[in-house]
Design a protein around this ligand. Structure first.
Ligand code: SER
Length: 323
């Protein structure tokens, strides 16, 4: 029987959806959700939940032991925009959190680790279109520097200590069930909320900023499938390129206007523009396709129509509850 799974940073944008999907697949009590703060999110507290700061190694050890955890998904991190504002905290959390979990695996207290990397590992000198798996990597954001260092440590722990760590370079993740926080790609979630709520949006990136993005459903499927693949199929132990679709704020605007013709957008780029400009516009994920049969399902049109449809339903249901 498969052991139990611990999701660290479960209250975040990915965590809520991943916990839901893992519990559906493996059983509610097999998946322990944890976060630095207590939560009221129903999807998290319908099963085991622990308050855990991943920087507290004794607490981490205690929880792993208490629940007999065999697999850890480490999602606790500061994203790109927040990291830029607090570089020391970002480095501390993003790196030491990873070391704590990798060391659990090195010491055979757990068997398998998932750790997310990001398109932020690339930098201004990286080829922008169809960015290859192996290429120039000179990130110039605090977040990107921590993710690239993390990738090198993952590969190191795998080679030196045989740690079974698996990782994906997520693009910007777009979902309707949980909110993002602190990312440069977050505009592409917010724009849908504001289109429905207000009919207008002020975008912090410029109209033609092309970035790689992915529907959350695809991201969760990719995460579960890389973790389920036989170890010998995982040939890359730093992190896999992962592609969904690519679009600009202007592209999204056109798609939204097909459903909400009066929707208007204005542009007021801030410090996040520089981060976005350093990242690729599109990603070559042929290694993931070849090694563990990855294939994204959502293109930009489907992503936009799904976001509008699902957010409208969600907002309608919420307004009925609060009435
Ligand atoms: N979506 C993330 C961010 O914008 C990138 O990994 O920070």
């Amino acid at each position: 029987m498969q052991g139990k799974t611990l999701v660290i940073g479960a209250s975040g944008q990915i965590g809520i959806e991943l916990v839901t999907a893992l519990r559906k697949k493996h059983g509610t009590h097999q998946v322990v959700a944890s976060d630095i703060r207590a939560t009221e999110v129903p999807e998290l507290i319908d099963g085991p939940f622990e308050v855990l700061n991943v920087l507290n190694v004794d607490e981490l050890d205690r929880i792993v032991h208490k629940h007999q955890i065999t697999e850890v998904y480490l999602l606790a991190a500061l994203l790109s925009a927040t990291s830029e504002k607090n570089p020391e905290r970002a480095w501390d959390l993003n790196m030491n959190g990873l070391f704590h979990v990798l060391d659990l695996a090195k010491n055979k207290k757990i068997q398998k680790v998932f750790w997310p990397s990001s398109i932020a590992v690339f930098g201004p000198s990286t080829p922008k279109q169809n960015t290859p798996q192996y290429t120039v990597m000179e990130p110039n954001s605090v977040y990107g520097i921590s993710k690239l260092a993390g990738e090198r440590w993952c590969e190191y722990y795998h080679q030196k200590y045989g740690v079974d760590v698996r990782s994906l370079r997520y693009p910007g993740l777009i979902g309707y069930k949980s909110d993002p926080g602190g990312g440069t790609t977050d505009y592409a979630v917010d724009i849908f909320h504001q289109a429905i709520d207000k009919g207008s949006y002020e975008c912090f990136l410029s109209a033609e900023t092309m970035l790689p993005m992915m529907m959350m459903e695809d991201a969760i499927r990719a995460t579960m499938s890389i973790m389920e693949a036989p170890a010998e199929q995982i040939k890359i132990r730093s992190s896999y390129n992962l592609a969904g679709c690519s679009f600009t704020p202007a592209d999204l605007t056109k798609l939204i206007q097909q459903e909400i013709p009066e929707f208007s957008i204005s542009y007021k780029p801030d410090f996040r523009q520089q981060i976005a400009d350093s990242w690729p516009g599109s990603i070559d994920d042929s290694a993931a396709r070849k090694d563990w049969n990855w294939q994204a399902e959502y293109d930009t049109t489907r992503l936009a129509s799904t976001m509008l449809r699902e957010l409208r339903l969600k907002k309608k249901a919420e307004s009925l509850v609060t009435r």
